[in-house]
Design a protein around this ligand. Structure first.
Ligand code: ADP
Ligand code: MG
Length: 253
């Protein structure tokens, strides 16, 4: 079953065509990478998929429901979560508090939570948050303030904040940007092994690092100047002449 279908997506910015008739099918439970040189339209496509931008033309659906015209929070409620390029954390709070608060927002609706309610009422949320921290490899840092984490661990914490909502679709925008080689390798491993609570989580990854892309993705869509030039398995993408050409002089493949 196709979890997500985008068809004929076109988006202009003042005369510039950022997306030109882009179609995309994402299989439920798969990891799908979107790659392409700078300015190819990757971020614009993600912004359309998460409701931040309304396309000029085209349709886009998730589990059979149209996403066009739905505001970002409504799309979020359908189970679509985006991990931002820059972590957005409460820096002076512990990792456990950061994830617990995110979980409360899920329980009580968007940010209608009360930080000062009796701690024992937070028991289940704290336990759940702790288990999510374990899952992303931050179990030993539960009580550590977010600001004291390394860059890579901050990304893990942000991932935990997304996972506490048990998303059906997780969008990762350059998850290893700015990481050391070691952090990149461990994050790639973590993302590869990550399954949702129901083991059907779908992942869309935008990534420059081709080692990460080929380690994670089951399918790869290549954008170039707002158009899809290929959508194939990693093997097919490696051997695709159009892709090679699009990358000549640009990013390595
Ligand atoms: P990528 O993420 O692949 O690097 P983007 O989707 O950010 O590419 O951008 C695609 C094209 O659209 C680029 O030429 C970019 O300059 C342009 N663009 C993106 N967002 C805007 C915007 N809000 N206003 C005007 N032009 C934009
Ligand atoms: Mg971008």
């Amino acid at each position: 079953m196709a979890l997500r279908d985008a068809s004929g997506i076109t988006k202009h910015f003042a005369g510039l065509t950022a997306l030109d008739n882009v179609s995309l099918t994402i299989e439920a439970g798969s990891t799908h990478a979107i790659i392409g040189p700078n300015g190819a339209g990757k971020s614009t496509l993600i912004n359309v998929l998460t409701g931040r931008l309304v396309p000029d033309y085209g349709t886009c659906s998730f589990d059979g429901q149209s996403l066009i015209g739905r505001p970002p929070h409504a799309i979020n409620q359908l189970g679509i979560t985006r991990v931002f390029q820059t972590p957005e954390l409460y820096n002076d709070m512990s990792c456990l508090e950061n994830v617990t608060i995110a979980g409360l927002a899920r329980r009580d609706g968007s940010f209608r939570f009360n930080l000062f309610q009796a701690p024992k009422r937070l028991g289940p949320e704290r336990d759940h948050a702790a288990s999510v921290l374990e899952k992303v490899g931050l179990g030993r840092f539960k009580e550590r303030e977010a600001r004291l984490l390394s860059r890579g661990d901050k990304r893990r914490l942000e991932l935990a904040i997304c996972l506490v909502h048990d998303p059906k679709l997780l969008l990762l925008d350059e998850p290893t940007a700015g990481m050391s080689h070691h952090e990149t390798m461990s994050t790639t491993e973590l993302l590869r092994d990550l399954k949702g609570e129901h083991r059907t989580m779908t992942k869309i990854v935008i990534e420059h690092d081709m080692d990460v892309v080929f380690a994670l993705a089951e399918r790869i869509t290549v954008l170039h100047q707002g158009r899809t030039i290929a959508s194939d398995t990693p093997e097919g993408i490696r051997n695709n002449d159009d892709v090679q050409e699009a990358y000549l002089g640009g990013a390595e493949l």
